[in-house]
Write a protein that binds this ligand. Structure first.
Ligand SMILES: *[C@@H]1O[C@H](CO)[C@@H](O)[C@H](O)[C@H]1NC(C)=O
Length: 318
């Protein structure tokens, strides 16, 4: 096939995801590690959802958002890990262009869901701590539902429109993607022709999906910390802080890694490969978030202890 510029262009139907390269004997080990990560991630997140649904004490907007966050994490890892695991077992590194774009779409929309939900959670904490008297009027089940559904619809439609336009793009040269999933930057390199409009669209989407929630988080925490510092008693300070410390930890870890990905590369001399950094934010964070929530949040911990007690009692009776 000849394209308009006269260069040679073969029609690419499949990509090759190079993954972690030729690891040889390490392949089974890599498989086991990722399988373990996937199992732990699923187990913790399902536990959180089950606790939020089953325990009446957790039927508040804060925990509804947490349950939805866990659900999002499950979707997030499921778009990445099963395919990676399958290719580690079979050694088959190919992926159709269609599936690759689908994976990119899911990954992008779930990443934006992650920061939108973190933003909604900090909004909830901000209202609870800084406007306690108006909290129940401003944040209730219905408004919480509106935030969640709005974020899903916004992300699905916003990234959907962007992804539809991918179908018109052509790829030239190599069909190898040096990554373990179809991420935005490595795929961008394979596209030929003018991608400026597309890049602008992605930029706008990521500003709405990432920077706006980031500023929301930042502003909420400035107000929250100022409000906490104004509380006269030390126990009051501690008690108030404990209601938001787990969320603050998750937010810090999330934006910490995002910064590492986008800010550090500029000054990164002994370059750490992007895919190693990606492992952190795409694979490890969804595993650690529910653990942070279960260990740092008193209510979740209490609810978990109740379940464990029930189960041991049940086992002793059998
Ligand atoms: C997600 O949020 C909605 C609306 O606030 C809530 O009704 C639902 O229970 C939440 N889902 C989970 C799994 O917590």
């Amino acid at each position: 096939m000849q394209n308009a510029e006269g260069g040679n262009q073969t029609l690419i139907k499949e990509f090759i995801l190079l993954g972690f390269g030729d690891v040889g004997e390490l392949q089974p080990l890599l498989f086991l590690v990722f399988l373990l990560i996937y199992t732990v991630t699923m187990a913790w997140n399902i536990t959180i959802i089950a606790l939020v649904v089953a325990d009446g004490h957790l039927h508040t907007p804060m925990y509804y958002l947490l349950g939805n966050f866990s659900f999002m994490e499950i979707c997030y890892t499921t778009t990445l890990l099963p395919r990676l695991l399958a290719s580690l077992v079979t050694g088959d590194k190919t992926i159709s262009v269609h599936n690759c774009i689908l994976q990119l779409y899911c990954f992008a929309l779930l990443s934006s869901m992650e920061s939108l939900l973190l933003g909604a959670m900090s909004l909830d904490r901000y209202l609870a701590i800084c406007h306690p008297l108006r909290y129940s009027a401003l944040m209730n089940g219905r408004i919480c539902c509106l935030l969640v559904v709005g974020s899903w619809i916004g992300s699905i439609v916003g990234y959907g429109l962007g992804t539809l336009s991918w179908r018109g793009l052509t790829y030239c040269g190599s069909n190898e993607i040096d990554h373990f999933f179809c991420d935005y930057a490595p795929m961008m390199k394979l596209i030929c022709g003018d991608t400026r409009v597309w890049q602008l669209y992605t930029l706008i989407m990521s500003v709405i999906g990432t920077i706006v929630p980031f500023l929301l988080n930042l502003m909420s925490y400035v107000c929250i910390i100022t409000a906490i510092l104004k509380i006269p008693s030390a126990t009051g300070k501690k008690k108030t802080f404990s209601t938001c410390s787990s969320h603050l930890t998750v937010v810090t870890v999330f934006y910490g890694t995002v910064m590492t990905v986008y800010v550090v590369p500029a000054a990164n001399t002994p370059k750490i490969p992007d895919k190693i950094i990606s492992v952190f934010y795409s694979v490890l964070i969804p595993m650690f978030n529910p653990i942070i929530y279960s260990l740092r949040n008193k209510e979740v911990k209490k609810s978990l202890q109740k379940v464990v007690l029930h189960m041991t009692a049940l086992r002793n009776r059998l």
